[in-house]
Structures are given as structure tokens and as C-alpha cells.
Design a protein around this ligand. Structure first.
Ligand SMILES: Cc1ncc(C[n+]2csc(CCO)c2C)c(N)n1
Length: 196
């Protein structure tokens, strides 16, 4: 099998899990996965998580919409996941790349006002100057209408779900334009009964 080098492919993907803190958890998960339009990404769900793969713009459109779908039930819901792009070990299978960039869920998502808290961490792979790249994006995050604060091993974002995902998408997009292989982990939580 031919091994791919960093940058040969711009397939993006996200492996994520929804955690609705509700007796109704299975319905909330399955309804979110069914009602969000995922037709522009490849998708596979099992008992642990869901993986989607395709163009970066659709990967973010779908993950944002799935979290909003669960959060708008009013139940305490969390979602954790890992975005990845340009993985040199990636295969060219299990993906939809021929779709246009027109996103399918933005109109619905934009109309939902939902507060949330999130922690994310960027990992520009294979670069000695990775800390500069990370600090640059943390600085840029301050201008996205969310509250940005430092945390061990992650950056915390508090604000509207749409603003939080836009902040993460811009950070990921910016870094991947300079660094071939990038991953980003996140955990986002809405309707938590806990006070900070
Ligand atoms: C996004 C996402 N995908 C899959 C699971 C795993 N999972 C746990 S319960 C359940 C429904 C009943 O089988 C499923 C699919 C998840 N939690 N979140």
C-alpha cells in the first residue's frame, strides 16, 4: 500500500460522542444524528461514538448542528471529540469529498441561541514551533465574542454555541493552512446544573 505524506490529502474528520445527562439519552442521541443533515459527510455510528469525514466546512457544520440539537432539548448535554486533518496515515476511503462547500445546517443552527462552556486543545503535529502556532490562535480567539480563559492543557471558551464552534473552526482552519497534520480535541457542555 502506498503511504501518504502529510498534505497529500485534505480530508477532514471528527470522531465524537454525545453525552445527554438524561433518562432519554438514547432518543436524544439518535434523533440528533437522524435530524441533522449529514448528507455531505461520510458517517459511521457505533456504541461508543460517531465518525464523520469529508470537507472541513461540512465536518464543522454537522458537529455544531448535532450538539445544538441535543442542547436545545434543555437537558444537560455534553459532547467530546477529536477533529483531524491531513493525517499521514489516513486512507482515501470512507469519505465524501466531491460535495460543494454549501453547508446544509447553518440556517437552522444560526437561529438557535444556546449558552455553553467548552475546553479545546490544538495539536499542530510534527512542528518544533507548535507552541507559537497555538498561542497565535488563542490570541485570535479573543476577538470572536466568546470569553476565553486559560486552563491546564486546554483553552476554555464560554458563550453562545455558534460563537464557540466558529472560534474552534477558525483556529483549526488557520492552523491547517500552515501545518499539514493538525488535530484538535474538545469537550462542550450546555445546561449544566453546576455553577463554575
Ligand atoms: C454522537 C454519538 N454517537 C454514538 C454514541 C454511542 N451511543 C451511546 S447510546 C447510543 C444510542 C443507543 O444505542 C449511542 C449511539 C454516542 N453517545 N454519541
Amino acid at each position: 500500500m502506498m503511504r501518504m505524506r502529510c498534505g497529500d490529502s485534505r480530508i477532514a474528520g471528527c470522531q465524537f460522542t454525545l453525552f445527554p445527562m438524561s433518562d432519554n439519552f438514547a432518543t436524544i442521541i439518535l434523533t440528533a444524528l437522524k435530524e441533522v443533515d449529514t448528507s455531505k459527510v461520510w458517517k459511521d455510528t457505533d456504541d461508543v461514538s460517531t465518525c464523520i469525514r469529508g470537507k472541513l466546512v461540512h465536518v464543522f457544520d454537522v458537529t455544531r448542528a448535532i450538539f445544538l440539537h441535543a442542547a436545545k432539548t434543555g437537558e444537560h448535554a455534553a459532547m467530546s471529540g477529536t477533529y483531524s486533518i491531513g493525517c499521514p496515515g489516513d486512507s482515501s476511503g470512507d469519505v465524501l469529498m466531491s460535495e460543494t462547500d454549501v453547508v446544509l445546517n447553518q440556517q437552522n443552527s444560526q437561529s438557535i441561541r444556546q449558552q455553553a462552556s467548552c475546553k479545546f486543545a490544538l495539536y499542530p503535529m510534527g512542528r518544533e514551533d507548535y507552541m507559537d502556532t497555538i498561542y497565535e490562535q488563542i490570541d485570535l480567539s479573543q476577538s470572536q465574542g466568546v470569553k476565553v480563559s486559560g486552563s491546564h492543557y486546554a483553552t476554555r471558551l464560554d458563550g453562545d454555541v455558534n460563537d464557540i464552534f466558529r472560534t474552534m473552526e477558525e483556529a483549526f482552519e488557520n492552523v491547517q493552512s500552515k501545518v499539514s497534520h493538525v488535530t484538535m480535541t474538545f469537550t462542550i457542555s450546555a445546561n449544566s446544573p453546576s455553577t463554575k
